[in-house]
Design a protein around this ligand. Structure first.
Ligand code: IPD
Length: 296
């Protein structure tokens, strides 16, 4: 338990420092490369910030496993008994490139394959979300000094209203993802069509470009449902702990259990009644379509 608190505090410190590096780089001309296609970007800053995070973590915890989106994504399914850090140095790279203020450092840590620590820091909005298994989820806001100082954290999940009873009153968040072939795209468009048209006529869809921050909005209780297929473990490892610890529902598309490697995520915001199978969730599941992404 003491160890986990130490890991969490170190991850917070490193995330805030990494955020400062990202904001420095935001002022410069960006060097951009594409990965899967023109909507799947990586910049020199993603790589530099990942190197920075790993250099800090590996001095502190030399026997831990480090997996990062930019340097070691192929190792993602090789969990060991040792704590495993799962890092996305910039989640929301496209937003970073355009200056759209929703990008973050996402640092997760899994113990025996289970997400146990989550730290997500949005340096533009000055928001630090953090959680460790069994100890609640919190938000600190302000400049880096305020965040690292004694400013009081807000406990997430404690002040949410009851969930709407149907999707017609729900605010939903999702993403289209990088894969653009019909196999992946058509089912997603079908789901969106079902949500926005009659008879569901949902209240609205948001697509913010960061899986990690979308999960933080669920933990904050300002979005009712977030779902995505195509995410990777580094997009959701930290957010998984934050949603769960805030009291939200965290699961996969096809199974109740959240599976870090199965490329799907489905979250419902916290609510006072804490119903694990609310009508809103059943209704969403009824319009989801299966999509077969290869596992991480
Ligand atoms: C992406 C973002 C995006 C999600 C993609 C992720 P990146 O991460 O989280 O919202 O739709 O699935 O890959 O590439 O910006 O780190």
């Amino acid at each position: 338990m003491f160890e986990i608190e130490k890991y969490l505090q170190e991850a917070i410190q490193i995330a805030v420092e990494a955020g400062a590096k990202i904001e420095e780089a935001q002022k410069l001309v960006k060097q951009i490369e594409t990965k899967e296609n023109t909507a799947d970007l990586v910049t020199k800053t993603d790589k530099a910030v990942e190197d920075f995070i790993f250099s800090r973590l590996s001095v502190l915890f030399p026997d831990h496993v480090m997996i990062g989106e930019e340097s070691s994504s192929s190792k993602i399914n090789q969990f060991s008994k040792s704590p495993t850090w799962i890092v996305d140095p910039i989640d929301g790279t496209t937003n970073f490139v355009h200056g759209f203020p929703f990008y973050c450092v996402s640092i997760g840590m899994a113990l025996e394959g289970k997400p146990t620590i989550g730290v997500i820091y949005n340096p533009v909005l000055g928001q630090l979300f953090y959680a460790s298994a069994g100890h609640g989820a919190y938000l600190k806001q302000g400049n880096p000094d305020q965040i690292m100082g004694n400013s009081a954290p807000i406990k997430l999940g404690s002040k949410c209203a009851e969930l709407p009873l149907s999707l017609s009153q729900a605010l939903l968040s999702t993403e289209y993802g990088a894969a653009k072939t019909d196999e992946y795209l058509l089912p997603k468009l079908d789901i969106i069509k079902s949500f926005i048209s009659d008879p569901v006529s949902g209240r609205g869809i948001r697509s913010l470009g960061s899986a990690a921050l979308s999960m933080c909005l669920i933990a904050q209780g300002v979005v009712d449902i977030y779902y995505e297929a195509g995410v990777h473990a580094w997009d959701v490892a930290a957010g998984a702990v934050i949603v769960k610890e805030a009291g939200g529902i965290l699961r996969g598309w096809n199974q109740e259990e959240f599976d870090l490697l199965d490329r799907t995520v489905l979250c419902v915001r916290p609510s006072p009644s804490n119903d694990q199978n609310p009508p809103l969730l059943k209704e969403l599941i009824s319009i989801l379509k299966p999509i077969a992404y290869p596992r991480d």
